[in-house]
Design a protein around this ligand. Structure first.
Ligand SMILES: C[S@@+](CC[C@H](N)C(=O)[O-])C[C@H]1O[C@@H](n2cnc3c(N)ncnc32)[C@H](O)[C@@H]1O
Length: 275
């Protein structure tokens, strides 16, 4: 724990140095084939400190990575997370890294692990200028301030996208899951669909309105029909999956834009957002 806190403080302190002395953090290639990175070396917005392999594995398992996933590591360092996602989880993976030497090193590391370029790719780019909307899983080990800067962009991603961060959280967007490996924390978020608003539910022989208030993935609401309102019970939102209990019936459905389709006690229901 003590070591982990020290690393965290080092990352935050180094970020301040990079903010005020950008030339020290400029990234030019050494063109050296025997390039050896040093833990704590400058990066554009964050220094390089690698995530221990055990935690990389735990983060990818927290995100439930499968061969159907496209994993993007923002600030990919020596490529270890991308390589693990491709090699151990058979996902497609891409690393975004500003330092060209680290990109070249990642490519060499991937080759050494016999991971092909169709599974693991590394791109020299600034994570702030990168479109990561195609990712189904995002991994990162950045800084609290960077996580907050990225938060709106992440919240606009496809519902269900999983985001895992080593060490740093996302302010008042509470994690869906936290894990600790040898004193280091990892956080998982699942991007929630937009559930807030008033929905008109059509459940065959009954129709009623459901008003939902949403704070990130937390939802609460009430159902109203014929001037009578009652609080939803067990209201939950996981990605695009919404569920609640109303009038003794359990509703579970999938949000797709302004529509919900699902089942209520075995029968089909639909809902349309009306406000
Ligand atoms: C703390 S390290 C994490 C490395 C790797 N993700 C891991 O967990 O092992 C952060 C990495 O982000 C890179 N980086 C810093 N600012 C960046 C930026 N604006 N765009 C892309 N990469 C950046 C650094 O060069 C460094 O390799």
């Amino acid at each position: 724990m003590i070591r982990s806190n020290r690393v965290t403080r080092t990352l935050v302190a180094a970020a301040a140095v990079c903010t005020f002395a950008t030339s020290a953090c400029a990234q030019t290639s050494t063109n050296s084939s025997d390039y050896k990175p040093e833990v704590g070396q400058a990066g554009k917005d964050v220094i390089w400190v690698p995530t221990p392999s055990e935690l990389v594995d735990r983060m990818l398992r927290m995100a439930k990575v499968t061969p159907n996933d496209f994993v993007m590591d923002l600030g990919s360092g020596d490529g270890r997370t991308v390589i693990a996602a491709a090699k151990n989880f058979k996902a497609r993976a891409m690393g975004i890294e500003y330092n060209p030497d680290m990109v070249a090193l990642s490519q060499k590391n991937a080759e050494r692990e016999a991971v092909t370029t169709d599974r693991a790719r590394f791109v020299k780019a600034d994570l702030f200028e990168t479109d990561f909307s195609q990712a189904s899983v995002i991994t990162m080990y950045l800084l609290p301030s960077i996580n907050l800067k990225l938060r709106d962009k992440i919240l606009a991603l496809k519902p269900g996208t999983r985001v895992v961060s080593h060490a740093f959280d996302m302010g008042d967007w509470k994690a869906d899951e936290t894990a600790t490996v040898e004193g280091r924390n990892a956080y998982l978020w699942i991007v929630p669909a937009r559930a807030a608003g008033t929905w008109r539910v059509d459940a065959g022989n009954s129709s009623f309105d459901v008003a939902i208030a949403q704070t990130y993935q937390q939802i609460e609401g009430s159902a109203s029909s014929g001037g009578r309102a009652s609080k939803l019970e067990k209201a939950a939102l996981v990605g695009d999956q919404i569920s609640f209990v109303s009038g003794g019936r359990a509703y579970a459905g999938r949000i797709a834009g302004d529509k919900i389709e699902g089942t209520a006690s075995g029968a089909k229901f639909t809902a349309t957002k009306i406000k």
